[in-house]
Design a protein around this ligand. Structure first.
Ligand SMILES: Nc1nc2c(ncn2[C@@H]2O[C@H](COP(=O)(O)OP(=O)(O)OP(=O)(O)O)[C@@H](O)[C@H]2O)c(=O)[nH]1
Ligand SMILES: [Mg+2]
Length: 643
């Protein structure tokens, strides 16, 4: 069965609540003060069963002092019933509520002319003409205008038929988004505990599931769920929903919080938006203006920074701006909101969230920022994704970060990401770097930087095998996700630009070309170690033996490093090096010793000294080296020979 939410709208005393009561049999005014004063103060709710459709009414107050309460309820409605009393006609809050619906992009609705029992036919047709004029050119142009009276019950059948038709044509809510329930009421119920209510704008809430209350990030559990006053196992998007929560006290809750799945949505304090200032606004919205922003069921104060050179968006115009909230709030890309002036509180503009996790913009980046925000207005999701990813720079975006910005569920994120990266990497705007999305531009830039840096390193250190991976990462990828760094290196390897060896990267063609003189030097050093075998010389001794003057020691050390890199020499301890042949020979001796000492394969230090024919000075470092290499393992003051 279709289930839709209809909000009332209109001036104070025009008969909104009476109409809801006449249709549903339930008085939406529940507060004692409302009953006493005969006005609506806060949101009221009632359901109407139309057989093939269910309507959840959100009844709003018409009093100008309570527009903020109206805004907490109107954000999630499918359609509006704009109520105009036939004896008064269009009044200030008729216009204000109607403007709010337009700014929130409400798409469906009708006009109800109430209290027709109080007026003559002539006046009624005047009011009808007034209503037509009001809605001309809007989503309500051509919508039904239904005269009713709750006294005589004239027009109520027609109204029901019109509501049924609205339910029929209202599009299903998209299932592309993660669950989001902006809370409009929180209270305790005897025997139940804490209950929150709201319009479930996206996703589902099932009994027993865990959720998170934002912006405080508190984990709670849905103990029970109610829709249309009946217990259900699961509430679906588009339904007025009441959730009985475990894990939170009522005193910690307030209107404006959001119930969402755990760790999916993020509170924010800086958002980039498009503002749409009403032609009737008394003045422009200027940089530094302090404003009331109504987003979801929340009202939050914000400072604005207009993103144009004039620093203002005049009445009747649209413009880009950044809002800096005074307290954190949940905001998503494509979400609409209302702006009211700080004092007096009047509706002056509406807006659309473009980048919900924005950063402060520098003045000289204005043109780029403009271009980006303009692109975010585009309805194509792959395009939007490309823009969000580009804005994330070297860091790139993980799927979860995309959800936190757009509310898209995993399926949609992965589908859009696939579409955006599917085309050949040369033309796709974004690339998938081991699951992190990064713009192709960024990826290419980082690849270029990495290959240039490695080449520069070879120029600086022609004898070094390559550049330490970690140095490259720290120097140029400090802001990049680790996945992006790895992908860039992998890509350069695949393209045959770089070769990565353990913790070193080098240019593929870098072969450590040596001059003839250096080659001779290299061979001599190797020889010095080779002849000394296990009686390894100190570095100074070795270099002296080769006849290298002290002034060339630095150069000779680089040659020595080459011998270490290519495995000719082995560093056993500090500056103590051995020729690899000597080490291999010794390993052979150890193996033979072990097979003679089966099954325990034990050797002690004196035994080892004898076996190797070396003094204690070499024996200890050699044994420790074999321990590190897992050829031996310590067992008390002896060693077990492993292989
Ligand atoms: N004669 C007559 N009176 C009506 C009709 N509908 C409502 N009223 C009266 O108008 C007054 C205001 O009605 P409400 O339904 O409270 O008006 P409202 O629009 O909900 O007012 P707020 O919520 O305060 O903005 C009440 O005294 C109703 O009895 C009607 O069709 N005919
Ligand atoms: Mg009312």
């Amino acid at each position: 069965m279709r289930s839709i939410i209809i909000g009332t709208a209109g001036h104070i005393d025009h008969g909104k609540s009476s109409l809801v009561q006449a249709l549903t049999g339930k008085d939406p005014d529940r507060l004692p003060e409302e009953k006493r004063r005969g006005i609506t103060i806060d949101l009221g709710f009632a359901d109407l069963d139309l057989g093939d459709a269910r309507v959840g009414f959100v009844d709003v107050p018409g009093h100008e002092r309570f527009v903020k309460n109206m805004l907490a309820g109107v954000h999630g409605i499918d359609a509006v019933a704009l109520v105009i009393a036939a004896d008064e006609g269009v009044m200030p809050q008729t216009r204000e509520h109607f403007e709010i619906c337009r700014l929130l992009n409400v798409q469906q609705g009708l006009v109800v002319l109430t209290k027709t029992d109080l007026v003559e036919a002539e006046l009624l047709s005047l009011v009808r003409a007034e209503a037509e004029e009001l809605v001309a050119g809007s989503f309500l142009e051509g919508a039904p205008i239904i005269p009713v009276s709750v006294r005589t019950r004239v027009g109520l059948d027609e109204l029901r038929a019109a509501l049924r038709e609205i339910a029929r044509v209202t599009p299903e809510r998209s299932s592309d988004f993660v669950t989001r329930l902006p809370i409009d009421r929180a209270f305790t119920m005897k025997g139940f505990g804490v209950v929150v209510t709201g319009t479930l704008v996206a996703g589902e809430i099932a009994v027993g599931e865990e959720f998170e209350l934002l912006p405080m990030s508190r984990r709670v559990r849905a103990r029970g769920v109610q829709v249309h006053g009946a217990l259900v196992s699961r509430a679906q998007s588009g339904q007025r929903t009441a959730v009985n929560l475990a894990g939170v006290e009522v005193g910690e809750l307030e209107r404006g919080m959001t119930l969402a799945p755990i760790a999916r949505l993020l509170p924010t304090q800086i958002v980039d938006v498009q503002l749409n200032v009403l032609p009737t606004a008394p003045r422009a919205i200027r940089t530094r203006s302090r404003l009331r922003v109504h987003l979801g069921s929340a009202e939050v104060l914000a400072r604005v920074r207009v993103l144009n050179s004039q620093g203002e968006v005049p009445p009747g115009r649209t413009g880009f701006a950044q809002l800096r909230f005074e307290s954190p709030v949940v905001a998503l890309h494509d979400e609409r909101f209302i702006i009211r002036s700080y004092s007096p509180a009047e509706t002056i503009a509406g807006g659309l969230v473009l980048d919900p996790q924005a950063t402060k913009h520098r003045g000289r980046e204005m043109a780029k920022t403009h271009e980006r925000l303009l692109a975010l207005l585009d309805s194509d999701r792959t395009h939007k994704l490309a823009v969000l990813v580009a804005a994330a720079g070297d860091q790139g975006l993980r799927p979860g970060e995309i959800t936190a910005r757009t509310g898209w569920n995993d399926e949609v994120v992965s589908r859009v990401a696939k579409e955006a990266t599917a085309t050949s990497p040369e033309v796709a705007a974004i690339r998938d770097a081991e699951g992190v999305l990064v713009s192709t531009e960024t990826f290419e830039r980082l690849s270029q930087i990495a290959s240039d840096e490695v080449k520069r390193h070879h120029q600086r250190e022609p004898l070094a095998r390559g550049m330490a991976r970690e140095t490259l990462r720290e120097r140029h990828f400090a802001h990049a996700a680790p996945e992006v760094f790895r992908s860039v290196i992998n890509r350069l390897e695949r393209d045959g630009v770089l070769v990565s060896e353990k913790d070193i990267v080098r240019a593929r063609e870098h072969g450590q070309e040596l001059s003839a003189a250096d080659e001779r030097l290299r061979d001599k050093i190797a020889q010095a170690y080779e002849v000394s075998a296990l009686e390894a010389p100190t570095l100074d001794q070795a270099l002296a033996a080769v006849g290298i003057p002290a002034t060339q020691r630095t150069h000779a050390r680089k040659i020595l490093q080459l011998l270490l890199d290519n495995g000719t020499l082995v560093r056993v301890h500090g500056e103590m090096f051995f020729h690899s042949q000597a080490i291999e020979h010794l390993k052979g001796l150890l193996r033979a010793y072990a097979s003679e000492h089966e099954p325990d394969r034990l050797i002690d230090v004196p035994g080892f000294k004898d076996l190797a024919g070396v003094s204690r000075k070499y024996a200890i470092p050699l044994l420790e080296y074999f321990d590190r290499e897992r050829i031996t393992v310590r067992a008390g003051d002896k060693r077990i020979i492993l292989k």
